[in-house]
Each structure stands twice: as structure tokens, then as C-alpha cells.
Design a protein around this ligand. Structure first.
Ligand code: HEC
Length: 264
């Protein structure tokens, strides 16, 4: 009876399939119901980063899922790119999945509650279906440690990305900029993809700021210069956020100079 109810709820909110890619090539496809049936499910409570409340979900373990779909080799890749129903494509380093316990939620523990969330920073309610990636630790509050872009919802596809990926090839030789490269990957890449030698993307979007100081203040608070901006500011509780913004800005300006040099 309980199982039938879950399936009813799933099918009423999401009828499609979940796709699994490897290096952007389709690898497997499963419908959500049969996928969930294969795994041990449990109830899990977490501090949610969007609604900032404690919520209890029905979940499956990410490691178990990846292992079943991709085999042991998934750990050798660099990151996972998620595709969400609204087109958002955040990327999460594999190292996070090895370091912290992560789960895919497919409904609230009380299946009567609609599988939606109120996103406070966007001030709107959103569907979480079909899958919502969440993190749990017995000791730490991961909603503060792991950035919100690493908690994608409406997940419809997974893609394993290797070290051959263009963004990693943009890693600067010069040690002064490697911190910025790392921070960029963590806080910006989910919305601003960088491709090798894509000066165009850099110019059109990221480097409209004529100098580093303007870029830094934009990163710290986009709404100061652009009140309607949809871009999130760097997490307010990061104690070295000024330094973080400086590192990101100097990485981007270094990249610009480097790309201009190469294009000549
Ligand atoms: C959740 C998605 C998201 C993330 C994460 C994000 N941005 Fe943005 N960014 C946007 C959007 C959307 C715009 C388009 C203009 C706007 O709404 O401000 C934008 C615009 C920009 C601009 C152009 C501003 C202008 O004057 O038009 C810069 C520069 C920028 N982002 C840098 C960054 C950097 C650096 C990071 C990482 C610290 C970052 N963004 C993280 C969504 C994001």
C-alpha cells in the first residue's frame, strides 16, 4: 500500500526518464520508479540550504546509484554535471561525493506533502521532482559548508566528466592563480561555463567589468550595481570572502590576458 502510494505520487509529478551520460555520451536510461525499486530507501533529515529548515526526505544513496550505473570507475572521474529540468547544469566535484555522504531525495517522508520547496533567496516556490541532491553529516551542518549550487533539484540527467575537460585545462601554470581557479570552479562554473580558448564567452559575460576592483565588488554583491541581478553573492558567512573575490577576479583577468596573448 505504502509503495503504491509513492509510485502514484511519483507518476503524478514526473513521468519521464533519468539519463546517465559519460563524457556527454548517453550511457544508460532508467525510469525513476524502477531505479528507486532497485535500491535500499530510507528517511533522512537534513538542514536544507534553500528553505533553511529541517526537512525529512525519502532517499537513496548516491554512491550506491553511481556504482550500480557506472561501476567502480565513477570515482576516477573529476566531476558530475547535473542537468535540471529548467536547463540549469551545475557541476559537483567527485571529491565531494567521496568526502561527504550524499543522497538523492525523491519525495518527502510523508508522501502526502507535495515535493516542492520554498527557495528563500529567490523568494519563490519550486518543484524538487524528480530528484534532489542532498548532503548529510552526523557532525557538521553541511548546508553551510557546501554551496547551494551543489544541491541541485529537478535533476533529470547525470554526466561523468573526466580530467580531460576544458575547464581543467584552463588551470593556470602560475601558482598565484590556482586558488582563483579552484574558487571559480566551486562558486561560478555552475552558471558561467568556461571553455578552452573561449575568449568570446569571457568578454561577453564575465569581463564586462573594466577593472578588477569593479569585478570584485560585483562578485561580493551583484545587487549593489545591478538591483535586478539574479546572480547570488558569495556566501555571507565565508569569513575570507573578500580574499575569495580577489582571487577569482585575478584568475579571470589572468585568463583574459593569457587568451589575448594566445590569440595573437
Ligand atoms: C546561480 C547562477 C550564477 C552564479 C553561481 C554566478 N553567476 Fe554571475 N551571473 C549570473 C547571471 C544570471 C548573470 C546575468 C546578469 C545578472 O543577473 O546579474 C550574471 C552575470 C555576471 C557578470 C556580468 C555582470 C554585468 O555587469 O553584466 C559577471 C562579471 C559575473 N556574473 C561573474 C560571476 C562570478 C565571478 C561568479 C562566481 C563567484 C558568478 N558570476 C557566479 C548567474 C550566476
Amino acid at each position: 500500500m505504502k509503495i503504491a502510494l509513492v509510485f502514484f505520487l511519483l507518476s503524478s509529478t514526473f513521468a519521464g526518464e533519468i539519463s546517465f551520460y559519460k563524457e556527454s555520451v548517453l550511457f544508460k536510461k532508467n525510469d525513476l520508479e524502477s531505479l528507486i525499486q532497485k535500491f535500499e530507501t530510507r528517511d533522512l533529515s537534513i538542514n536544507d540550504p534553500f528553505q533553511s529548515t529541517r526537512l525529512t526526505f525519502k532517499v537513496i544513496k548516491v554512491k550506491q546509484l553511481f556504482h550500480a550505473i557506472y561501476g567502480r570507475e565513477w570515482k576516477n572521474f573529476n566531476r558530475i554535471r547535473f542537468t535540471c529540468a529548467d536547463g540549469f547544469q551545475p557541476e559537483v566535484p567527485i571529491s565531494f561525493f567521496l568526502k561527504y555522504d550524499s543522497f538523492l531525495a525523491y519525495s518527502y517522508s510523508t508522501t502526502k506533502k507535495p515535493f516542492r520547496i520554498f527557495n528563500r533567496s529567490e523568494n519563490k516556490s519550486a518543484s524538487l521532482a524528480p530528484l534532489y541532491l542532498i548532503w548529510a553529516s552526523p557532525k557538521k551542518n553541511l548546508s553551510q559548508l557546501i554551496p547551494p549550487s551543489y544541491w541541485p533539484y529537478q535533476i533529470v540527467a547525470f554526466d561523468l566528466i573526466s580530467f580531460k575537460d576544458p575547464f581543467l585545462q584552463l588551470k593556470p601554470q602560475n601558482q598565484n592563480f590556482t586558488k582563483g581557479h579552484e574558487l571559480y570552479q566551486k562558486y561560478c562554473l555552475s552558471c558561467h561555463q568556461l571553455k578552452k580558448n573561449s575568449l568570446e564567452i569571457l568578454n561577453s559575460k564575465l569581463l564586462v567589468k573594466e577593472n578588477q576592483n569593479k569585478l570584485i565588488s560585483y562578485i561580493l554583491n551583484p545587487r549593489l550595481s545591478k538591483p535586478e541581478s539574479e546572480m547570488p553573492m558569495l556566501p555571507l558567512d565565508a569569513k575570507d570572502r573578500k580574499e575569495m573575490a580577489q582571487d577569482i577576479a585575478s584568475f579571470l583577468f589572468y585568463l583574459k590576458e593569457d587568451l589575448v596573448k594566445k590569440s595573437k
